[in-house]
Design a protein around this ligand. Structure first.
Ligand SMILES: Nc1ncnc2c1ncn2[C@@H]1O[C@H](COP(=O)(O)OP(=O)(O)OP(=O)(O)O)[C@@H](O)[C@H]1O
Ligand SMILES: [Mg+2]
Length: 260
């Protein structure tokens, strides 16, 4: 299997400054793992364990403090922004709350067109956006509607179409279904699976929910206090966990993320 990502001893320490003090928060505490091309690699763990930080650091939305990040054998951990720029469009991230990430004043079509390659002509952008919106299940007659005119699930579909607009190879999915009703959640998970096949995508899929993880991930890393304490095929990790924390996590069916 082709290795897409190789992460070596990655660390992220946040420095939190207030008026008189400087505090260090070790969010990622030396993790190493690989992600294979075409797989969905799950990250599971309780709130504050470092999942979001890990996802963002890999794609250099957050600067790593220490460690190496290889994308296709190229070390991008210290790559300068000018060299990183062409790579950036290959990486995307989708968040939990599409309402926060979509601009309320920009309609669905424009939202998807916005981040596209500058070299594309307006007409090409429009056609591509229309195609992507149809791919994620937004009907043509609604593509000029604004975010508030869509349901939560539809908004997440639009956010997904926008992420696809740069032809990414890799998407960090940060709890993308946690805010959705169960039936909608299943539809969006199926969409992710469908798109992965159609577009040769690879996912890092972050979730609190064992059921979601079981459904979507091929392999999974269990995070605990900034470390990956267990890693393996999802089924194996769930059916015969080797770390006591994983066992606890599974037996308690996880602390399902609280929706505010
Ligand atoms: N920008 C920041 N500055 C300082 N500390 C941060 C920052 N972002 C996250 N942290 C801290 O780093 C640790 C890991 O946070 P992170 O958001 O990565 O966890 P998470 O597993 O994604 O949690 P959740 O499940 O709640 O989303 C936490 O202790 C958090 O408070
Ligand atoms: Mg998070």
């Amino acid at each position: 299997m082709e290795i897409l990502w190789k992460i070596e001893n990655l660390k992220k320490i946040y420095e939190v400054k207030s008026e008189f003090t400087k505090k260090k928060v070790v969010a990622i505490d030396g993790v190493s793992f690989e992600i294979y091309k075409g797989e969905t690699f799950g990250i599971i763990g309780e709130s504050g364990s470092g999942k979001t930080t890990l996802g963002k650091t890999i794609i250099r939305l957050i600067e790593p403090t220490e460690g190496k990040i290889f994308f296709r054998n190229t070390d991008i951990s210290e790559m300068k922004e000018t060299h990183l720029r062409p790579l950036r469009k290959k990486f995307q991230i989708i968040f939990q709350d599409p309402y926060k990430s979509l601009n309320p004043r920009i309609n669905a079509l424009r939202t998807v067109m916005e981040g596209m390659d500058e070299k594309l002509k307006m007409k090409e952008k429009r056609e591509k956006a229309e195609y992507l919106l149809s791919l994620v299940g937004i009907k043509k007659e609604r593509i000029n509607n604004f975010p508030h005119q869509f349901s939560g699930g539809e908004r997440q579909r639009i956010a997904i179409a926008r992420a696809l607009s740069t032809d990414p190879e890799f998407i960090v999915c940060d709890e993308p279904t946690s805010n959705l009703d169960l039936s909608i959640q299943a539809q969006i998970l199926n969409l992710f699976l469908e798109l992965r096949e159609k577009l040769n995508l690879t996912y890092l899929f972050i979730t609190h929910d064992i059921k979601v993880m079981k459904y979507i991930s091929d392999r999974v890393g269990v995070m605990y206090k900034g470390k990956i304490v267990e890693i393996g095929k999802t089924e194996k990790v769930i059916n015969s966990p080797s770390h006591p924390y994983t066992e606890k996590l599974i037996s308690s069916e996880l602390k399902i993320h609280q929706i505010p």
